[in-house]
Design a protein around this ligand. Structure first.
Ligand code: PRP
Length: 209
C-alpha cells in the first residue's frame, strides 16, 4: 500500500493557528474559564492559545490535562472488520491544585484542546465523559440552574467520515473550532521531527509556516 501524503506543519504555523482561533473566541466574548488539554498532542496548542487568550487585568486561564490514548482493540474475531479503537483514560481532572472557588466545571466556559480531530473518537469520549461528570456534580450539589459551555479547539480537522459525533448543539453554535480543515493526509507535527530544520523547510514549501 502506498504511504499517505505527508503534510508538514511548523511551530510558527501552529502559533499562528492558535492566535487566529483565540481572536475569534475573544471577538465572540467567549473567553474560557478553564482550558482542558488532551495529552499529549493538545498540550502545546493549549499552552500557546492561553497566551493569546490573556486579557489585561484578568487572571491567567488555568490549564488542566486529561490523558486519553487510543488503543488498538483487535476484537475477538481477528478480521479487519472487528479492528476498532478504544479510548484509554490515563489521567483526569484534579481541582485540588486550583483556586478554592474552582471546585468543579459547573457554570464554567470550558475549552477542550487537542491537536487533531481524526476519527473524532477521542473528542467524543472527552466531551461525553465531561458532560456526564458535570451532570452528576450538578445533581449532587443541587446546582442544576447553572449553564456550563463546553467548546472544542483543534488545530486540524481531517475531512473524512467520523466514527463518533460531538453534540449537535456544540457544532451548530460555533463551539467546535478547527483552525483548519485538511484532507485525510498524514499530519507531521514539529514535536515529532528528528530534524526540525528540515521539517520546517518542508512545511514552508507546503505553505504551512
Ligand atoms: O480523532 P481520533 O481518531 O480519536 O484521533 C485523535 C487523537 O489521536 C491522537 O492521540 P494519541 O492517542 O495518538 O496520543 P498522543 O496525543 O499522546 O500522541 C491525537 O493526539 C488525538 O488525541
Amino acid at each position: 500500500m502506498a504511504e499517505p501524503k505527508k503534510m508538514y506543519i511548523s511551530y510558527n504555523n501552529i502559533h499562528k493557528l492558535c492566535q487566529k482561533v483565540a481572536k475569534e473566541i475573544l471577538a465572540k466574548n467567549e473567553r474560557p474559564d478553564i482550558i482542558i488539554a488532551i495529552t499529549g498532542g493538545g498540550m502545546i496548542p493549549a499552552r500557546i492559545i492561553r497566551s493569546f487568550l490573556k486579557v489585561k487585568g484578568e487572571k491567567n486561564i488555568p490549564i488542566q490535562a486529561i490523558g486519553l490514548s487510543l488503543y488498538e482493540d483487535m476484537g475477538v474475531d481477528d478480521t479487519v472488520e472487528t479492528i476498532g479503537k478504544e479510548v484509554i483514560r490515563t489521567q483526569w481532572l484534579d481541582f485540588m491544585a486550583l483556586d478554592k472557588h474552582f471546585d468543579s466545571l459547573i457554570g464554567k466556559k470550558v475549552l477542550i484542546v487537542d491537536e487533531v480531530d481524526d476519527t473524532r473518537t477521542t473528542l467524543h469520549y472527552a466531551v461525553t465523559e465531561l458532560e456526564k461528570e458535570i451532570e452528576v456534580q450538578q445533581k449532587r450539589l443541587n446546582r442544576l440552574n447553572e449553564e456550563t459551555t463546553l467548546s472544542v479547539f483543534v488545530l486540524h480537522n481531517k475531512d473524512k467520515p467520523k466514527k463518533a459525533d460531538l453534540p449537535a448543539k456544540m457544532m451548530e453554535t460555533g463551539h467546535y473550532m478547527a483552525a483548519v480543515t485538511v484532507p485525510d493526509e498524514w499530519l507531521c507535527y514539529p514535536w515529532e521531527a528528528d530534524d526540525i530544520e528540515e521539517h520546517t523547510e518542508l512545511a514552508k514549501q507546503q505553505g504551512n509556516d
